[in-house]
Design a protein around this ligand. Structure first.
Ligand SMILES: [Zn+2]
Length: 130
């Protein structure tokens, strides 16, 4: 379903978090709509993407379709292992205290005061003086 916010008039729609663009002649078009992130990478690569190819949002924000935020994977397996690498980062972030598990809500949360503290301690490092 597309949002009824007028975005369809601007030839942009939404499928969950993904942005869709109107493209009637596109080979992968579904009722005239194509995911914008795939179109951006297709323009960059100069070819249509194969159905098995996956476009990953580097910052994990699915509406950020700037070319520099999009990474192309050959298949689901390589894309999946990329996401798996995130879990290793999560473990390190938890160890450092920058990420915490909220047991009440059963979700992960960024521990912002710790991040701010990290920034401050970095900012307070005195430059080396001879
Ligand atoms: Zn991804």
């Amino acid at each position: 379903m597309h949002k009824k916010d007028g975005s369809k008039k601007n030839k942009r729609g939404y499928d969950g978090d993904h942005v869709l663009v109107k493209s009637l002649n596109h080979p992968a078009s579904r009722k005239g709509w194509v995911p914008e992130h795939r179109v951006v990478v297709e323009k960059r690569e100069g070819r249509y993407l194969k159905s098995n190819e996956i476009v990953h949002h580097i910052d994990l924000i699915k509406s950020n379709n700037h070319s520099a935020n999009l990474c192309l994977f050959d298949d689901h397996a390589s894309h999946f292992s990329c996401h798996g690498s995130l879990n290793k980062c999560v473990a390190k972030l938890m160890e450092s205290g920058c990420l915490i598990f909220n047991e009440e809500k059963k979700i992960y949360e960024a521990n912002i005061p710790t991040i701010e503290h990290c920034k401050k301690s970095i900012a307070n490092i005195e430059p080396f003086e001879e």
